[in-house]
Design a protein around this ligand. Structure first.
Ligand code: PHE
Ligand code: ZN
Length: 881
């Protein structure tokens, strides 16, 4: 492990390399513990660069075993090699020259899963962000682009498959027992997009004909036996390729597109040029082993990685500070794709839930940073929900501000102007300014100012003048390193809903810019005055969540119910019901904490049951309505001094009141939502299952018996319903014999399938209450647990820390101490994974003092450890600051 070097990188320090890389030619002689890498690199000195400037290449845990200049040995006096760098002096003034570097690396010993590593006997690489420098010395930064030629030599029997980026050049026997394969990628790319995969893999093949009628070969590589579980991923890939042509005019640009599924992977997937590498969790699916959520994730991630071919690969980032340029934009694109393939409002609700549960806490805590940070200590720690999800929201706001036509024109210009380049956020924004004529300088604060803006709202209606006044005030909270903030340009979609449910004509307005149904809030305080409004309207604001802000606006339950009934924007109807629920849930938490009886406003119950029972609404939407804000959501609303136990007790009591009041409806829904045909993962069928599961959950509260869930478990013919029933049993009836029996039978049935056993780990890790810790500790010793596999660790330890508020936040602090121990164990093997899981404690300051003290102590135990990785040290120090 590379322990902390403490170096901080600043955006302001950016400058181009002294030497221009023209071509890369790599030869790998594969060996599990001693792979030889020859890198032939052609460079020339950049015009105007001083003759004394040396060539500086990056390394990470490397040893140099050979160095040639134009095929001749380089004298020792001319270079310095350390594990972290190779510096070569006295290089030509202008003429191109060739450097050949030989290194030997040990894939088997590579437990961080960065660079070249082994997973279940397969050779695999991960180079983003700085993994390539673990393979050979290289200018390992995203603004160094070159075409690559790759030759792979390996044992023939062990490696029938040998893949790299680009198009296949050829392959054959090499010498006795060995084979070679050669690949050429004509599209200049940075090193982070390099990939190599070799081993004994099965392949499933298909084709896609592009808009200019070129036939592209599609291949998905998986471990033998998994071929039949690739159909959905292949289908999603073809739909993605088609959609990108139709919606963004983007065509695929190589003869072949490959996806490889591996079982050890730090992230979801990786967009290497023409050779995407996936966490197998996001490729493999069949009805027996994958849930509706798994299918939706696979569709979204296949699309995401494919879309990177244009937003990320053809146009890449100048430096890692620009990460949102490819990630935020590509998330925006995959969201749009899913919205088009499924239900747009339901997708939007899920996105906003995710944003609020992950990004808002990040933005409001010690790890807050701008969408485009200006400094980092460890780039791995900036693959955050802020860069991805808030980054996507920023692009969404550009679309809202400009309107779809100008947004489309701006994207077209971006693709045309910057194809083949490594660019910045400024370059991107400029394209939208150029096509629209709009100045986006103030809007660009979304890239540089961290923190979730708060918009205070007040309204006033005057009957005699038929005037409606809307006063808005924005406040951007202080975040680490940014005490003072400027007012932002916030696009707020709105509607004025009249008594009869119709939307008022609100075009006669003063006080600020309004385009279509979008208010432009640009000042700190601004009052919009609407005239010609004949009766008091109900304001629906931030419809479709047009801006990622918090809104403080006290609306009466009657007004919220009015929005929930009449808004034409389904997202806003859901939001209104959420706004109705929140005060009930926060009050319930307070009452539970003080030992008072928990109550619930009948108006909330009535509105929820009305929406849930409305057969004109799609079932997936009704399921979202019934899901209610989570315990974490309630904690965030409470804002501090939180007692997770009381939040849990209060919320459960409210659920019970809703369940009792709606028992008949839930019985009807439970039987109405039965599937009338075999399982299909389509959105409509998934929506029915989601509503059925919500009904089953409420019935468990109403009936207070495991009976119905146990029957559902027995009757389920697909993983969605099976795992839902099992989760309900375990979370509601942990002591019941039905639960013990179901947990055991699930394990026996899916023992051979690690991805399914992960579900079994997760649902136990998230069982509410103090006992969860003992269970998690016991499961760590389970033979199916594997501390070296990121999916296993995330399923058990990660889910416990991130998704079990009562089980993890024990008053005695044992949960935190356990996590600290785990972090210190994982860190030496896989720092990226350790740092990621540690972020689960980022909101520790919002806990009540007893728990907060325990949390701080546990964090300080980690901080005191002498040999932390840069990744963990960076996170723990920022959390304690
Ligand atoms: N670039 C990948 C994606 O979002 C994520 C990733 C980052 C994967 C770093 C591995 C390592 O598509
Ligand atoms: Zn991405």
């Amino acid at each position: 492990m590379r322990t902390d070097t403490g170096q901080i990188v600043h955006l302001a320090d950016y400058r181009p390399t002294d030497f221009v890389l023209e071509r890369v030619d790599l030869t790998f002689e594969l060996d599990p513990t001693n792979t030889k890498v020859d890198a032939r690199l052609i460079f020339h000195r950049r015009e105007g660069v001083d003759l004394s400037a040396p060539l500086v290449l990056d390394g990470d845990e490397l040893a140099l075993s050979g160095l040639l200049f134009d095929q001749k040995d380089v004298p020792a006096s001319q270079y310095d090699a350390t594990p972290e760098s190779l510096i070569i002096r006295d290089l030509p003034a202008e003429a191109p020259f060739e450097i050949t570097i030989t290194t030997h690396i040990n894939p088997e010993a590579n437990t961080q899963l960065m660079g070249l590593y082994r997973t279940n006997g397969i050779y695999c690489t991960q180079c983003e962000a700085e993994g390539f420098r673990r393979i050979t010395y290289f200018p390992d930064r995203p603004d160094v682009l070159a075409p690559y030629t790759i030759t792979i030599i390996g044992d023939k029997a062990a490696n029938p498959v040998m893949l790299s980026n680009g198009n296949f050049l050829g392959g054959a026997g090499y010498d006795e027992g060995r084979a070679f394969a050669a690949w050429f990628d004509p599209h200049p790319k940075p090193s982070y997009l390099f990939a190599l995969v070799a081993g004994d893999l099965a392949v499933v093949e298909d084709t896609f004909v592009t808009m200019s009628e070129r036939e592209v070969t599609l291949k998905i590589y998986v471990e033998h036996g998994n071929e039949s579980r690739t159909a959905y991923a292949m289908d999603a890939l073809k739909r993605s390729m088609k959609w990108d042509e139709e919606r963004f005019g983007r065509e695929y640009d190589l003869d072949i597109f490959m996806i490889v599924a591996v079982s050890d992977f730090n992230m979801g997937a990786m967009e290497n040029k023409g050779l995407n590498v996936f966490n197998d969790k996001y490729v493999l699916a069949d009805p027996e082993t994958a849930t509706d959520q798994d299918y939706a994730n696979i569709e979204a991630i296949i699309a995401h990685e494919y879309f990177h071919n244009w937003t990320g690969n053809r146009i890449t980032c100048r430096d890692w500070f620009q990460l949102c340029l490819k990630e935020g934009l590509t998330v925006y694109r995959d969201h749009e794709f899913s919205a088009d393939q499924r239900s747009r409002p339901v997708k939007r609700i899920a996105e906003v839930r995710h944003l609020r549960s992950d990004q808002f806490p990040e933005d409001g805590g010690p790890l807050a940073h701008p969408v485009r940070p200006t400094t980092y200590r460890e780039i791995n720690n900036f693959y955050t929900t802020t860069v991805y999800q808030k980054g996507s929201e920023v692009t969404g706001m550009i679309a809202t501000l400009l309107g779809m036509d100008d947004f489309k024109a701006g994207m077209d210009l971006y693709f045309e102007r910057h194809d083949g380049q490594a660019v910045t956020v400024e370059d991107y924004v400029k394209c939208f300014e150029d096509v629209s004529g709009r100045d986006l300088a103030q809007f660009s604060l979304w890239y540089s100012q961290a923190g979730t803006p708060l918009v205070n709202v007040s309204t006033e209606y005057d009957q005699t003048s038929a005037t409606f006044k809307l006063s808005l005030e924005q406040m951007v909270p202080a975040t680490p390193g940014q005490p003072d903030k400027q007012p932002m340009h916030i696009p707020l979609s709105f509607a004025l809903i009249l008594d009869n449910g119709a939307i008022a004509d609100a075009t006669s307005v003063k006080g600020g810019e309004v385009t279509g149904d979008v208010l432009h809030l640009t000042d700190r305080r601004q009052t919009f005055t609407f005239t010609g409004i004949a009766s008091r309207p109900v304001l629906s604001l931030n419809r479709s969540f047009s801006a990622p802000v918090n809104i403080a606006f006290t609306q009466t339950p009657a007004d919220l119910a009015h929005i929930a009934r009449h808004d034409t924007d389904l997202f806003s109807r859901w939001q209104a019901l959420t706004d109705l629920a929140i005060p009930n849930l926060t009050k319930a938490a307070r009452d539970a904490r003080e030992g008072h009886e928990v109550t619930c406003d009948p108006a909330l119950i009535a509105a929820l049951l009305e929406a849930a029972g409305d057969d004109t609404l799609e079932p997936a939407f009704r399921a979202q309505v019934l899901a209610l804000p989570s315990e974490a959501d309630i904690g965030r609303e409470l804002g501090g001094n939180n007692d997770p136990e009381a939040i849990h007790t209060g919320r459960n009591a409210v659920l019970k009141l809703i369940a009792d009041a709606g028992e008949d409806l839930f019985k009807r829904l439970f039987s109405d939502m039965k599937a009338d045909s075999a399982y299909s993962p389509d959105a409509e069928s998934a929506g029915k299952r989601a509503l059925k599961a919500a009904a089953l959950t409420y019935l468990a509260y109403a009936e207070n018996s495991p009976q119905r869930a146990a029957e559902a478990f027995g009757a389920a013919d697909n993983m969605t319903e099976l795992s839902q029933a099992l989760t309900l049993l375990a979370h509601r009836f942990p002591e019941a014999s039905e639960t013990t029996g179901a947990l055991a039978s699930f394990l026996t049935r899916f023992d051979a399938n690690p991805l399914v056993i992960d579900k079994w780990f997760s649902l136990q890790a998230t069982m509410p209450g103090e006992d969860a810790l003992a269970r998690v500790k016991a499961l760590i010793d389970h033979p199916r647990y594997n501390a070296g596999n990121p999916n296993r660790v995330r399923a058990l330890v990660g889910m416990y820390a991130f998704s079990n508020p009562t089980g993890f936040n024990r008053r005695d602090g044992e949960g935190y101490r356990f996590l600290a121990g785990q972090i210190l164990e994982i860190d030496p093997k896989n720092p990226q994974l350790a740092a990621r899981i540690l972020t689960s404690m980022r909101s520790w300051r919002s806990l009540e003092p007893t728990r907060a003290d325990q949390a701080r102590d546990a964090l300080m135990t980690i901080e005191r450890s002498p040999s932390l990785s840069t990744d963990v040290r960076d996170i723990v120090e920022r959390m304690l600051k």
